[in-house]
Design a protein around this ligand. Structure first.
Ligand SMILES: C[S@@+](CC[C@H](N)C(=O)[O-])C[C@H]1O[C@@H](n2cnc3c(N)ncnc32)[C@H](O)[C@@H]1O
Length: 474
C-alpha cells in the first residue's frame, strides 16, 4: 500500500469528489479514499496514488476519470431481488395499483432504476412486470436504468451473471428467466434484457428531470443503496430532483438503511411490511413548499413577460383553465408561443402527454417557424411511442434550423431504434460536427441544461456501440 496522504490532500480530494460525484468521504473514510485512489491510479495512467491524487486535483474531473474513480470508490454490491420486502411491496401493492389505474386508457408505465450498478435491480423489476402484465405488447413501458460507472453499465447490458448475483434470490428467478452458460454463468433471456434501457448518468452533475435524458414523468424511481454514500446536503439535492422527475402520486424507493425522517421532506412516507416507500403527494409537497421548496425552471410559475403575468396563486389544477383563457390582450406570437410551450413542458413532466401535445400544437399554430417547438413536440411524441410522428417533427425542426444539434441527436436515436443504422450514424456525425462550434461548458439550446461537452461524450459513446455498417442496415 502506498504511504498515507496528508490530511490536506485527503480534504481536497473529499471536496472535489463531493462536488463532482456527490460521494461523501468524511475523515473516518479517508483510508477507503486512499485505497480507492491507489487502485484507480494505473487505469488513470499514473504510477502511484499520490501523483494520481495531485493530477486529479489539477483540473475538473473528466467523464473518463469519474467513471474510473466510481469503479474503485463505490461499492458495486447488488443481486437479483435484493431486499425482498421492498420487492414484495412493489409486486403486491405499488405495481398492481399502477397497472389497474393505467390499464383502461393510456397503458403507460415509467420506472427508473437510478444507481442500477450491474443491472440486477432493473432486470428484477422487468421480471416482476413480466409476471404482472402478460400483454406487454399493448403497453408503452419504459424501464430506464442509469449509473455513474460505465463499466457496470457494460456488464449490465451484457446480461451474464455468476452465482453471486443470485445469493438471496428465489429459485424461480433463475429457472424462469435465465439460460445456463459455461462455467456456472447464467445469461438473462433476451425478452427481459431488451426491456431495460441503460445509460450513464451522474446524480451530481447531469440534468434531471429532462426530456432529453428521458428522466421525466416517472411513476417509480428506485434509488437503493446509493444515497448512503452521499452527504446529507447531496441526498437532499438528489431527492428534490427525483421529486420533480416523478408524476403526482409517483413513488421513490430507497434502501431500508436510507429511510429518514428528515432527508425527504417533500415526500410522504408510506409504510409497507418491512419497507418504507416515499410518495409524491400534494400534502407533502405543500409542506415542503412552506419549507422552501422551489418549482423547476420549466414550470409555468416562472416569471413571464409582464404582459403575460398569471395570477400569483395559480395551482396545478387551475393551470389548464388559466391558460385556456386569453392570457393577455395583444401578446406577440413569440410570447404566446413561449407560454404555450411552458404549458407543454409542465404537462410532459407530469406525464400528461396528450395535454402536452395539445399545448405544443397550439404553440405551433401561434408560431409555425420556431424549430424548438417542433423539437419539443417530437420529444413528447417519442415518449408516447409515436416514433414515426416524432421523426416528422424532427425533420421539420431541422428544415427550419439545419444546425439544431439536439434534433440531429434525437433523430439519430430514433433511427437507431428503428434499426436504420446508416441514417442514425449520419445524424450522430452531424451532431458531432455541429458540437465543434460550441465550447465544452456551453449549455445547448433546448437541452434543459445539457452542456456541449457532455452531449459530445454521449454521442461518442453511442457511436462506439453502433455495429459496423453492413449493406443491409439503414
Ligand atoms: C451499491 S450499488 C446499488 C445497486 C442497486 N441499486 C442495489 O440496491 O442493489 C451503488 C451504485 O451507485 C452508483 N453511484 C454512486 N455514485 C453515483 C452518482 N453520483 N451518480 C450515479 N450513480 C452513482 C455506483 O456506481 C453503484 O453502482
Amino acid at each position: 500500500m502506498d504511504k498515507a496522504f496528508s490530511d490536506q490532500l485527503n480534504m481536497s480530494l473529499s471536496d472535489l469528489l463531493a462536488a463532482q460525484t456527490g460521494l461523501h468521504f468524511p475523515r473516518e473514510r479517508w483510508r477507503d479514499l486512499e485505497r480507492g485512489i491507489a487502485a484507480a491510479a494505473p487505469a488513470l495512467g499514473m504510477p502511484d496514488a499520490e501523483s494520481c491524487a495531485h493530477r486529479l486535483l489539477s483540473a475538473p474531473l473528466t467523464r473518463h476519470q469519474i467513471g474510473v474513480l466510481a469503479g474503485h470508490l463505490t461499492v458495486g454490491e447488488t443481486y437479483f431481488f435484493r431486499e425482498k420486502m421492498s420487492f414484495e411491496a412493489l409486486e403486491q401493492h405499488i405495481l398492481p395499483q399502477l397497472i389497474r389505474a393505467r390499464a383502461p386508457a393510456e397503458r403507460r408505465l415509467r420506472i427508473w432504476s437510478a444507481g442500477c450498478c450491474t443491472g440486477e435491480e432493473p432486470y428484477s423489476v422487468a421480471m416482476l412486470l413480466d409476471r404482472l402484465i402478460p400483454d406487454q405488447q399493448d403497453w408503452n413501458i419504459t424501464l430506464l436504468a442509469t449509473d455513474l460507472n460505465p463499466g457496470f453499465l457494460r456488464k449490465a447490458a451484457e446480461g451474464i451473471y455468476g452465482e453471486w448475483s443470485f445469493r438471496d434470490t428465489p429459485d424461480w428467478v433463475r429457472e424462469r428467466y435465465f439460460r445456463r452458460r459455461k462455467g456456472q454463468r447464467f445469461e438473462i433471456l433476451p425478452h427481459i434484457r431488451k426491456r431495460v434501457t441503460f445509460s450513464c448518468l451522474n446524480f451530481a452533475d447531469d440534468v434531471y428531470p429532462s426530456l432529453v435524458t428521458n428522466t421525466n414523468a416517472m411513476d417509480v424511481i428506485l434509488c437503493r443503496n446509493v444515497l448512503m454514500y452521499f452527504s446529507p446536503v447531496w441526498v437532499k439535492k438528489v431527492a428534490r430532483n427525483f421529486h420533480r422527475s416523478l408524476v403526482d402520486d409517483g413513488w421513490l424507493v430507497v434502501g431500508p438503511a436510507e429511510t429518514s425522517n428528515s432527508l425527504f421532506p417533500q415526500f410522504e412516507a408510506i409504510p409497507f411490511p418491512g419497507a418504507v416507500f416515499y410518495r409524491k403527494t400534494q400534502g407533502a409537497e405543500s409542506q415542503a413548499g412552506a419549507a422552501g421548496y422551489s418549482f423547476p425552471s420549466l414550470d409555468p410559475f416562472d416569471p413571464l413577460p409582464e404582459t403575460l403575468q398569471m395570477p400569483a396563486a395559480v395551482t396545478n389544477a387551475s393551470v389548464q383553465s388559466v391558460a385556456a383563457e386569453p392570457v393577455a390582450s395583444h401578446p406577440s406570437n413569440r410570447d404566446e408561443r413561449d407560454v404555450l410551450c411552458r404549458m407543454a413542458h409542465f404537462c410532459a413532466n407530469q406525464g400528461r402527454l396528450a395535454e402536452a401535445i395539445g399545448w405544443c400544437e397550439k404553440a405551433i399554430a401561434a408560431d409555425k417557424l420556431d424549430p424548438a417547438t417542433h423539437y419539443l413536440l417530437a420529444t413528447i411524441l417519442q415518449e408516447q411511442g409515436e416514433n414515426e410522428l416524432a421523426v416528422q417533427s424532427l425533420l421539420r425542426a431541422l428544415y427550419l434550423d439545419p444546425d439544431f444539434v439536439l434534433a440531429h441527436f434525437s433523430l439519430g436515436n430514433l433511427r437507431l431504434s428503428q434499426g436504420r443504422q446508416r441514417e442514425a450514424r449520419r445524424h450522430f456525425d452531424n451532431a458531432q460536427t455541429l458540437l465543434h462550434a460550441h465550447t465544452q461548458d456551453e449549455i445547448l439550446p433546448e437541452s434543459e441544461g445539457l452542456t456541449a461537452g457532455r452531449l459530445g461524450e454521449i454521442v461518442a459513446s453511442v457511436r462506439l456501440s453502433l455495429p459496423s455498417v453492413t449493406a443491409a442496415s439503414g
